[in-house]
Ligand binder design. Structure first.
Ligand code: APR
Ligand code: ZN
Ligand code: ZN
Length: 361
């Protein structure tokens, strides 16, 4: 029996999102039906509604969620009704060329649900990042439901499904921050702050937060930043060199997604240091660097996809760190909102007023 619920839908490019009736089928083979309890509002949701990702409207938004498994389809062996899960928008398939080479965090063929959710008139919805979680019930590929300790409330657990995992993983998984290393993080939104928290947990000796907004720099200290640099007050590269004996940092993490901050990250690192790009650029952006500097400065220029995470390893690990008081996930939740408030939350996100607005269902 299909289930009827309400969902936050982007019908057309640039139009405000609407709360519409959504029909969710029973789970088929390899699928799970999940009762969503909380779902964070992410930049990617806004990018979908602006038509910046693709034109497959209408979209069912939301992809940073936690909830409880309601029903599972055939051939689902490791999930059962009642399991408390965080949803991962990429889950290793085990079969693609990357999984088979032992690099499942790059999986190129993550399995999502096969059956579409639809509007009441039967129009199929495209779920954001294959999830679609601004709805009470959603259908997902069962591999994307990762069991975690139910003592972590859904508002915080769900954040691991996207932004926090991306930032934490950029520092720990992609950047490979080691004990005693120095780190700079450009952009202290939810993603950058999670990178700061990750670098701190990994034992960085210095974590330098860079932003243009003093409110964000203040929050960054709460996540473990040892120093802050206001990029409006002068050249942040110089400031970072001054803080690191004139050399620059071992790892520079770009969490804005702009050419100018990428260039700053490039020059703010020590010789043979690493740059990690986790901010997502706009397709129109270009960068222009002297070619000789790419050679002469050595090291590594890496991009971090979803924090290069392994959801089944990293989600429970970070939830346990939260429950032990080692990772302050509560501090990422600026506000909890109702399912009808997503459009307003986009505005707050664009004005830089929140780290995360989280829809509670
Ligand atoms: N220099 C330093 N910081 C900057 C600059 C700049 N030139 N421009 C903007 N910022 C800061 C903003 O003040 C803000 O604090 O970058 C931060 C970006 O944070 P959010 O907008 O909250 O975005 P967040 O959710 O953290 O995501 C950051 O990662 O996953 C991607 O798509 C996401 O590209 C986005 C990035
Ligand atoms: Zn794969
Ligand atoms: Zn996201």
């Amino acid at each position: 029996m299909p289930h009827e619920t309400k969902g936050v839908v982007a019908r057309a490019k640039g139009e405000p999102v609407e709360l519409l009736d959504v029909v969710v089928p029973d789970p088929g083979p390899g699928e799970a039906l999940v009762r969503v309890q909380a779902s964070g509002v992410c930049h990617t949701d806004l990018h979908y509604r602006e038509g910046a990702i693709n034109d497959d409207f209408p979209f069912l938004l939301g992809h940073e969620a936690a909830g409880v498994v309601e029903q599972v389809g055939e051939a689902v062996s490791d999930l059962e009704p009642g399991d408390y899960v965080v949803l991962a928008w990429r889950a290793p398939c085990g079969q693609c060329r990357s999984c088979r080479r032992g690099r499942p965090w790059y999986c190129f063929d993550s399995r999502h649900e096969a059956q579409p959710l639809t509007l009441a008139d039967g129009t199929p919805l495209t779920p954001a990042l294959g999830i679609g979680a601004f709805t009470e019930l959603t259908l997902i590929g069962a591999g994307g439901a990762v069991k975690v300790d139910p003592r972590a409330r859904p508002e915080v657990a769900g954040l691991l499904g996207c932004g926090v995992m991306a930032g934490w993983g950029a520092a720990v998984n992609t950047g490979g921050v080691q004990r005693g290393e120095t780190v700079a993080v450009f952009g202290c939104g939810g993603v950058g702050d999670a990178a700061i928290a990750g670098a701190t947990m990994a034992g960085a000796s210095k974590v330098i937060a860079v932003d243009i907004d003093p409110r964000k720099l203040e929050m960054a200290r709460g996540f473990g930043a040892t120093d802050t640099v206001d990029a409006t007050a002068g050249d942040p590269v110089e400031a970072i060199r001054d803080l690191t004996g004139g050399f620059g940092v071992d790892v520079a993490i770009e969490a804005v997604g702009r050419p100018e901050t990428y260039e700053q990250a490039f020059y703010a690192r020590d010789l043979a240091g690493r740059v990690v790009l986790v901010g997502v650029p706009d397709p129109s952006m270009r960068i222009d660097l002297p070619f000789i500097e790419l050679f002469g400065r050595g090291g590594a220029l890496k991009s971090s996809w979803y924090g290069d995470c392994l959801p089944s390893r990293d989600f429970p690990l970070l939830i346990d760190a939260y429950l032990r008081g080692q990772l302050d996930l509560d501090a990422f939740v600026s506000e909890t909102i109702g399912i009808g408030d997503v459009e307003a939350a986009f505005g707050k996100m664009q004005r830089g007023e929140v780290l995360r607005s989280v829809v509670v269902l």
